[in-house]
Design a protein around this ligand. Structure first.
Ligand code: ZN
Length: 307
């Protein structure tokens, strides 16, 4: 291809094309992953296209300088051969094939483009990784559960349910407004909470006894958690938000975990609930056995896990 080009346009075009070609081959052979063959071939074509573009641009520039709309080859030659400010000729061939020239197309456009693509791809990976938190995964799963059994008798699809609640209690529910998707996932999720294995009857009664209170009413676990409370304004428990797990008895923490954890914290995926509760139970038993720091240690560790 280079030979053909040189036969038509002159041997003086050969050296830089051969050099560029060899450099591209060398790059591909040094790292085929970074410089795949197809990309190198496409780039080679691009360089040829660009070379002609730069040549045309020079021609247009000359014609603008000469102040003419039409020009002859002789005129162009005469103007191009005139001296420029640095002692060379006005006309210079495009530098497109000079891969190591920092002012040439390859360095200013191609390399920059590759860097940009690399950056974008890396950031996409990074952001994608961070956007699929356990919370989102669990939400997606909860949504699937809701979709999976839409005709459940008790629990119809979430949108009609939301309407019913609204109809019954029109003005009483000025609760925190959330995105519709979220609300849907929550309504679907409500059918599955409290999730995980049941607590023993002793643990359950302990959790009720130990539960934090507000205005002499138990603080509603459902309301404070991702599960949400289906009773809304008619709930008999206090809907004051439980601010933190720390300091709560482990059975209360377990109840909150079984409801997806505090709404102010990350959602605990359903498939992690049992393991967390049993870890808390083990910790409590260990604390009881050692009697060193009965509560504080267990609470702080469970808190850590809940994070
Ligand atoms: Zn409630």
């Amino acid at each position: 291809m280079i030979e053909t080009f040189c036969l038509i346009y002159g041997q003086e075009h050969g050296w830089e094309r051969k050099k560029a070609r060899d450099e591209l081959i060398r790059q591909h052979e040094s790292n085929a992953r970074q410089y795949p063959l197809q990309a190198m071939m496409t780039l080679w074509e691009e360089l040829h296209w660009r070379w002609w573009e730069e040549l045309h641009a020079t021609q247009r520039e000359f014609m603008a300088d000469m102040g003419v709309d039409h020009t002859t080859k002789d005129d162009l030659k005469f103007y191009g051969m005139a001296q420029n400010s640095t002692g060379g000729t006005k006309f210079q061939f495009p530098t497109t094939f000079q891969l190591s020239n920092p002012d040439a197309y390859y360095s200013t456009v191609v390399l920059k483009r590759v860097e940009r693509r690399y950056d974008n791809a890396m950031w996409d990976i990074v952001n994608k990784y961070h956007s699929t938190t356990p919370k989102q995964k669990a939400r997606a799963r909860a949504g699937e559960v809701a979709k999976a059994k839409p005709e459940d008798g008790k629990t119809k699809g979430s949108p009609p349910k939301a309407k019913e609640t609204k109809a019954k209690t029109p003005a009483k529910t000025p609760k925190r407004p959330k995105a519709p998707v979220d609300a849907g996932a929550k309504a679907g999720a409500a059918t599955t909470y409290p999730a995980g294995a049941r607590l023993s009857s002793t643990e359950a009664s302990t959790s009720t006894k130990q539960s934090p209170k507000h205005d002499n009413k138990l603080m509603c676990w459902d309301h404070s958690c991702h599960s949400g409370c289906k009773h809304g304004a008619e709930c008999r428990s206090s809907h004051k938000q439980i601010a933190s797990m720390s300091g709560l008895h482990w059975t209360v923490q377990a109840q909150l975990v079984k409801r997806g954890g505090l709404a102010s914290q990350s959602l605990i995926p359903i498939d992690q609930i049992d393991s967390r509760v049993s870890a808390m139970r083990k910790q409590a038993q260990a604390d009881l056995a050692s009697k060193k720091q009965p509560r504080a240690a267990g609470a702080s560790e469970a808190e850590e896990k809940a994070e």
